[in-house]
Design a binder for this molecule. Structure first.
Ligand code: PHE
Length: 447
C-alpha cells in the first residue's frame, strides 16, 4: 500500500531553482565527456546536426512528459505511475533500479574527475598515467567512495536545502568556467583545425549507427527514461508553466553540450586522430601540458567536470531516495544512507573492472563490468523507460489529461497538443524502438 504523501511535501523554492537543479541533472559527464567523443567518432558536424534534431523532436516532448507526470502526481516514479494506473507501476520500479545502477558506475567516472583535480593541483599530470590510474584498486574505490559520499551529503539535506541550494551555487560557476575555458581554447593555434572537424557536416558519414547514437545521446544527456525528471517534476509548484520549464532545461543542456565541443575540439585540434573515452583524460592532458599555464587550465577543466558530475549524481540518488521516503515511509536520512550503501557496493565491481581485477575486465567481447552496466542501464534500460513513458502518457493516461496539467498554468499550450501527441505517440516510440532493436542486436552501446 502506498503511504499517503503528507501535505507538506517539499517543493522547489522557485522556478529558477528548479531549472538550475534539473539542468544540473541533465548537464553532466554526458555533455562534457561523452558528447565530444561520440561526436568525434561519428562524423563530427553531421552528428551534431542529428543530435539537435533528436533533442527537439524527441528530447523536448519526452522531457515535458516526465515533468507533467511528476507534477500531476507529486510522487516518486513508482507512486506516480501507481496513482494514474496501478498496473504501470513497474515502469517506476524500473526507473528506481536504473537510477541506482547508473549511479554505481557513473560514480566511478565521476571519481576520476576528483582524481584529476588532485593531479592538476599537484602538477603531476601525465597523459600516460591514465592506464595505471584506472587499474589502481585503492584509488578507484577510494574516489568512488569520495564522490558518492559527497552525493549522499547533498541529497541528505533535502530538495530545497540540499539539491536546489547546491545547484544555485554550482550551476553559475559551471557556466562561468565553461565560458572561460572556451575562450582559452578558441585562442589556441589549434582552434581552427578542431572547429572545422566539429562543425563541418560530412553527410557521407551518416549511417544507421550515427542516427541511433544521436538519439541515445539525446536521452542520456537529458536524464530521460528513468524517472529523474518525474521526480524533479514532482517538486514543481502547481502555478509554474511546465512547457517553458521543459524548454529552459532542454536548451540549457544543449547549449552546454555544444559549448563542450567548442571547448574540446579547439584544444585537441592538432591530435584529432585520437578519440574515444580517453579523449578527456589523455588527449586533453597532452594538450594542456603543451600550453603555458596549462596545469591551471587543467585544474579548472577538471573542477568543471566534477561539478557537472555532482549535480547529475545527486539526481540519480534522489530517485530511489524519494521512492523510499514516499512509498516506504522512511526518513530521508535513513533512505539516503541505505541507497548510498547499496550503490557503493554495486559500484565496486565497476571500479575494479578497468584493469584492477582480472575477472571483471573482460566479461563479454572485451567489455568489462562497467561497460556492461552502461550498456544495460545507460542504454537499454533508459530506452525502455522512455518508450514506456511515451506509450503510457498517450495510450493509458491520455493526452488530454496530461495536457490539462500543462494547461492549468499555461492555457496557450492547447495549440501544441496535437503536435505533442504525434511526437509522443508515434515519432518517439518509433525512434526509440528502432534504437532498442539496434543496440540489442549489435550489442553496441555508446560507452
Ligand atoms: N544526464 C546526465 C549526463 O549527461 C546523466 C544522467 C542520466 C543523469 C540519467 C541522470 C539520469 O551526464
Amino acid at each position: 500500500m502506498a503511504v499517503p504523501v503528507p501535505g507538506g511535501r517539499a517543493t522547489w523554492g522557485s522556478k529558477l531553482g528548479f531549472i538550475l537543479a534539473a539542468a544540473g541533472s541533465a548537464i553532466g559527464l554526458g555533455n562534457i565527456w561523452r558528447f565530444p567523443y561520440v561526436t568525434y567518432e561519428n562524423g563530427g558536424g553531421v552528428f551534431v546536426l542529428l543530435y539537435l534534431i533528436a533533442i527537439v523532436c524527441l528530447g523536448l516532448p519526452v522531457m515535458l512528459a516526465e515533468l507533467t507526470i511528476g507534477r500531476h502526481t507529486a510522487r516518486n516514479p513508482v507512486g506516480a505511475f501507481r496513482m494514474i494506473a496501478p498496473n504501470w507501476r513497474f515502469v517506476g520500479y524500473l526507473g528506481v533500479l536504473t537510477g541506482v545502477a547508473i549511479l554505481s558506475y557513473y560514480g566511478v567516472v565521476a571519481g576520476w574527475t576528483i582524481g584529476y583535480v588532485v593531479k592538476s593541483a599537484a602538477g603531476s599530470l601525465d597523459p600516460d598515467d591514465f592506464g595505471t590510474f584506472i587499474a589502481d584498486p585503492a584509488l578507484q574505490v577510494g574516489y568512488l567512495l569520495a564522490f558518492l559520499t559527497a552525493t549522499v551529503v547533498v541529497v541528505a539535506f533535502g530538495v530545497k536545502n540540499g539539491i536546489e541550494r547546491m545547484a544555485q551555487i554550482l550551476m553559475p560557476l559551471l557556466l562561468l568556467l565553461m565560458l572561460g575555458l572556451v575562450i582559452r581554447g578558441l585562442t589556441l593555434p589549434t582552434a581552427a583545425e578542431g572547429l572545422r572537424f566539429y562543425l563541418y557536416p560530412d553527410f557521407g558519414a551518416v549511417t544507421v549507427k550515427t542516427v541511433i547514437f544521436a538519439v541515445g545521446q539525446a536521452f542520456f544527456s537529458l536524464s530521460l527514461g528513468m524517472g529523474a525528471m518525474i521526480t524533479y517534476g514532482s517538486y514543481i509548484n502547481k502555478k509554474d508553466n511546465l512547457a517553458t520549464s521543459a524548454l529552459a532545461v532542454v536548451s540549457f543542456d544543449t547549449c552546454i553540450a555544444l559549448l563542450a565541443g567548442f571547448l574540446i575540439f579547439p584544444v585537441i585540434g592538432a591530435s584529432i586522430t585520437k578519440g574515444g573515452p580517453t579523449l578527456v583524460f589523455v588527449t586533453m592532458i597532452e594538450q594542456f601540458n603543451l600550453m603555458a599555464g596549462g596545469r591551471w587550465v587543467a585544474l579548472l577543466f577538471f573542477v568543471l567536470l566534477a561539478i557537472a558530475a555532482l549535480t547529475s549524481t545527486v539526481s540519480l540518488l534522489e530517485v530511489a531516495t524519494s521512492y523510499m521516503v514516499d512509498e516506504l515511509g522512511m526518513k530521508r536520512l535513513k533512505a539516503v544512507l541505505s541507497v548510498g550503501a547499496v550503490t557503493i557496493l554495486l559500484g565496486i565491481p565497476s571500479a575494479l573492472s578497468l584493469g584492477a581485477a582480472d575477472g571483471l575486465t573482460d566479461l563479454a567481447n572485451g567489455k568489462g563490468f562497467l561497460n556492461i552496466m552502461d550498456f544495460l542501464f545507460g542504454n537499454v534500460s533508459l530506452a525502455f523507460g522512455a518508450l514506456l513513458t511515451c506509450i503510457f502518457l498517450v495510450y493509458r493516461w491520455g493526452i488530454s489529461n496530461a495536457a490539462a496539467e500543462v494547461q492549468s498554468a499555461y492555457p496557450g499550450f492547447a495549440r501544441f497538443v496535437p503536435l505533442w501527441r504525434i511526437l509522443l505517440g508515434v515519432i518517439a516510440p518509433a525512434a526509440i524502438a528502432a534504437m532498442l532493436v539496434y543496440i540489442i542486436a549489435t550489442g553496441e552501446g555508446l560507452g
